[in-house]
Design a protein around this ligand. Structure first.
Ligand SMILES: Cc1cc2nc3c(=O)[nH]c(=O)nc-3n(C[C@H](O)[C@H](O)[C@H](O)COP(=O)(O)OP(=O)(O)OC[C@H]3O[C@@H](n4cnc5c(N)ncnc54)[C@H](O)[C@@H]3O)c2cc1C
Ligand code: SF4
Length: 537
């Protein structure tokens, strides 16, 4: 294998996988380096015990928190990255998220690009990832240049009933945009079978629109694209000037390898990408590669998330639950003019999954019964960038994640809103208003929220911006200080909004891909012109 490539992409998830897809048809020699392997296709893909209790596919390494306590990060190292396990809720950020937005706990900063610049790429990413949705129902929906190509995924009866209840109360519930290959008009031929082990699980029948299925495998159909798995990138080396990355150092099967690329793109996920740059110190970059600003690793965000189970006396027989969303309180309410966030669902929880956490057991209920009777909500609020929330390395080079939650008031208010809505549900024919038993937290590790190890929505550690003193990347996601270094995973976010991040990462990877293609194209035409001049043409 040639050890010199036009482009080396490190990490094959939402960012790296999508970029590989974009660059593949160019004919450029592209190397995709991925520390993981392909997720094995086996029945355990759909076992809640194997996935949620035994953590069969989760990363095995440990990190530390700021107090030095070990944590087992809930993250996944495989071809396709975390998209192999995601719930495929593929949202655009709201148009307002790109501007400066005052919150109760501080200010969410503006992005260096506006929504309009990303809009065509959002449309393209939605089509590529086969997003099923509906426009114009969610009141916070940003403008879009095209309809969804695929119809929204229908609600099952219990979810439809809830949607009707919320509409009756004056809310605007909507169908969550989902990247699953479900054809409800032709269920017999549909690739997706609409099962209850989607969110958090790999799809055994390759019907989830993840980065491996949708981008990496099609990119590999091009002979100019090479994937090397099991390739842990340990360090990036620069030229003596420090202005370009010259060598990518890899550890694979116990051996060390080196690869050279004209353009190097880091896309290891926000925490691992920051760690890679911090590991890559040299004389020109003593604080870490591209880190003259001391911003690399800082401003880690991960959303304020809670899983809340609404228990009722009647069972909830829903199989695929993640179809309903509510953004009425995203920017605030009449009584409270600050952003609160987004309400939707996780995949249906069962007793086995509940046994893995520390749920508040409702009096008189078993975990098994709770799983059968709950509606399982996912609440997301925005956490604000704080330079002290950061990724650093300990003396052994291990990741340390320091995080103190901020902007909590909005999340509490969002929870209260949900409580109030659930108390106003229509009367159950069997149990009347006594049917609803209240809201119970899925997890009691940190208050009622997802604990620090839950880094699913990690972003923000290598932010982009105009000013090299306050950002690492320029608006094209190229490092201010290193001419051939780009970053395309979730680390470029200067703020995170309160919807799931993956579609924004995918859309941005397509956008950055166009910049890189322009760069490769102009280099090629320069070379052709130089050759022509040399030949005296
Ligand atoms: C259970 C779960 C559910 C989720 N649900 C949703 C959802 O419904 N909607 C949504 O928008 N988002 C969801 N997310 C989040 C979403 O998956 C991530 O935002 C997205 O995958 C991040 O993309 P990325 O490119 O930044 O990183 P990743 O997708 O994590 O990709 C990073 C890749 O880099 C590789 N890598 C890391 N370090 C190195 C190294 N040193 N050398 C080589 N390779 C390396 C990793 O193995 C990985 O393949 C979910 C996440 C999880 C875990
Ligand atoms: S079959 Fe459909 S619902 Fe089940 S895991 Fe695959 S994509 Fe998700």
């Amino acid at each position: 294998m040639s050890a010199h490539f036009d482009v080396i992409i490190i990490g094959s998830g939402a960012g790296g996988g999508t970029l590989a897809y974009r660059l593949a048809p160019s004919g450029a020699r592209i190397l995709l380096l991925e520390r993981g392997d392909y997720v094995p296709r086996e029945k355990d893909n759909w076992s809640t015990r194997a996935v949620n209790v035994e953590g069969k596919y989760a990363a095995k390494e440990t990190w530390r928190d700021s107090a030095g306590k070990e944590l087992h990060p809930h993250t996944n190292y495989w071809v396709g990255g975390n998209t192999k396990f995601y719930g495929a809720a593929l949202f655009r950020l709201r148009k307002e998220d790109f501007g400066e937005l005052p919150h109760h706990g501080g200010v969410s900063p503006a992005w260096p690009i506006g929504y309009d610049e990303l809009e065509p790429y959002y449309t393209e990413a939605e089509q590529l990832y086969q997003v099923h949705g509906e426009r114009g129902v969610d009141p916070t929906d940003p403008p879009a240049s095209a309809d969804y190509k695929y119809p929204a995924v229908s609600h099952e009866p219990r979810i439809q009933q809830l949607s009707d209840d919320w509409a009756r109360l004056g809310c605007k519930p909507f169908h969550v945009p989902l990247g699953i290959m479900l054809d409800e008009r032709n269920r017999r031929e549909s690739r997706c079978i609409r099962c209850d082990t989607c969110d958090g699980h790999p799809c055994l029948v390759s019907a989830k629109s993840d980065a491996q299925v949708v981008c990496v495998d099609p990119a590999l159909q091009h002979p100019n694209v090479t994937l090397v798995t099991g390739a842990y990138v340990s360090r990036l080396e620069t030229s003596p000037s420090g202005r370009e990355v010259t060598t990518v150092h890899v550890e694979r099967n116990g051996a060390r390898e080196r690869y050279r690329g004209d353009v190097v793109v880091v896309s290891c996920g926000a925490i691992n990408s920051a760690a890679l740059l911090l590991r890559s110190t040299n004389d020109r970059h003593p604080r870490g590669l591209a880190n003259g600003s001391d911003v690399v690793g800082r401003n880690y965000m991960g959303h304020i998330n809670s899983v809340l189970m609404a228990l009722s006396k009647c069972p909830n027989p829903t199989v695929f639950q993640k179809t309903l969303g509510l953004n009425d309180f995203y920017f605030g309410s009449k009584e409270w003019p600050h952003p609160m966030g987004h309400i939707s669902f996780v995949g249906k929880l069962d007793g086995v999954t509940l046994s893995a956490g520390a749920p508040a057991i409702a009096p008189g209920w078993t975990l098994e019964q709770m799983g059968k009777h709950s509606l399982d909500f996912w609440l997301t609020s925005e956490d604000l960038p704080d330079p002290d929330n950061r990724v650093t390395l300990d003396r052994d080079g291990r990741i340390v994640l320091s995080y103190r939650v901020n902007n909590e008031e909005g999340h509490q208010r969002l929870t209260d809103k949900l409580k109030s809505l659930m108390q106003q549900q229509s009367r159950c024919a069997v149990h009347g208003h006594e049917c609803h038993q209240g809201l119970f937290s899925r997890n009691l590790f940190v208050g009622q929220r997802i604990p620090l190890a839950g880094v699913a929505h990690q972003n923000g550690t290598i932010r982009f911006g105009h000013d090299p003193r306050t950002s690492v990347l320029d608006p094209t996601c190229r490092a201010h200080e290193v001419d051939n270094l780009y970053v395309v995973d979730g680390s470029f976010f200067p703020s995170s909004g309160a919807v799931n991040p993956a579609l924004t990462i995918m859309a941005n990877a397509l956008r950055v891909g166009d910049h890189i293609l322009g760069r490769l194209g102009s280099r090629r035409s320069d070379a052709v012109a130089a050759a022509a001049m040399g030949a005296g043409v």
